[in-house]
Design a protein around this ligand. Structure first.
Ligand SMILES: Nc1ncnc2c1ncn2[C@@H]1O[C@H](COP(=O)(O)OP(=O)(O)OP(=O)(O)O)[C@@H](O)[C@H]1O
Ligand SMILES: [Mg+2]
Length: 220
């Protein structure tokens, strides 16, 4: 019994140490990214407005993410404040930045973290373009939910593998090569963000071919 208790305590101490190490690594990444982001922002401010403004907005988003890592490691909470988010203009901007087609639609605002939500939808649009060749984005309201659909006309995902794609570092068969570049983290991050907002994401293959990502977020 004594040996078992000692082994158990050792194990607990190792887990705690491991967790502390993990948080320190997160904080260090966030901290060290702040300096290059700031220096890039100073240079972007010197460009003329049309060129500089989108860069500054992206860098500001990166600063919020880096700050978020530090604050998460410190307190276990997200740093980005919750605000009322109007999804229509947010989606229009994401589509614009990526060359996706925003098919409009409307829904009342949701409450959420704008940068985190931009990352979630941005990941899905990036996937549709990267693996499906194009992306269309639709916004509707269904009952108490805002529903966002991201559609493409690509090969979709084999039904048996749909759920598994949400696991971190999991990538599709054809995309296992390094040349398409991904880490297999996009969907996992997206689902974590959406669930933290009380929302959900589902992937399905469309009858007419291509993948549909359907996101629901509670209104208000
Ligand atoms: N719209 C899509 N059509 C077909 N396959 C897709 C689509 N979206 C995702 N996938 C498949 O799901 C896998 C996991 O996607 P995920 O976004 O998590 O990672 P990734 O795109 O490979 O890398 P990362 O997003 O980290 O850059 C992809 O590698 C791809 O095989
Ligand atoms: Mg991806």
């Amino acid at each position: 019994m004594r040996a078992a208790a000692r082994a158990f305590n050792d194990m607990q101490a190792r887990i705690a140490q491991f967790e502390a190490e993990r948080l320190r690594t997160l904080a260090a990444v966030g901290h060290d990214l702040r300096t290059p982001i700031t220096s890039l922002r100073i240079r972007a401010e010197m460009l003329d407005e049309a060129e500089g403004e989108p860069m500054i907005r992206t860098l500001d988003e990166m600063a919020v993410m880096a700050e978020g890592l530090v604050s998460f490691a410190r307190s276990g909470h997200e740093a980005e404040p919750v605000a009322e988010v109007d999804l229509a203009p947010l989606l229009a901007r994401l589509c614009d930045e990526r060359g996706a087609v925003c098919e409009g639609g409307s829904a009342p605002p949701v409450r959420g973290r704008p940068v985190a939500l931009s990352r979630a939808f941005g990941n899905l649009i990036d996937n549709a373009i990267r693996y499906g060749g194009s992306a269309r984005v639709q916004l509707t309201q269904e009952g108490e939910m805002a529903v966002v659909r991201i559609l493409d006309d690509g090969p979709g995902i084999e039904a048996a593998r749909l759920e598994g794609m949400f696991e971190p570092f999991v990538r599709g068969e054809q995309s296992r090569s390094q040349d398409t570049g991904g880490a297999g983290l996009g969907l996992s991050i997206t689902r974590t963000i959406l669930r933290a907002h009380g929302g959900e994401i589902e992937l399905s293959n469309r009858e007419s071919g291509g993948l549909e990502a359907r996101v629901t977020l509670p209104l208000g």
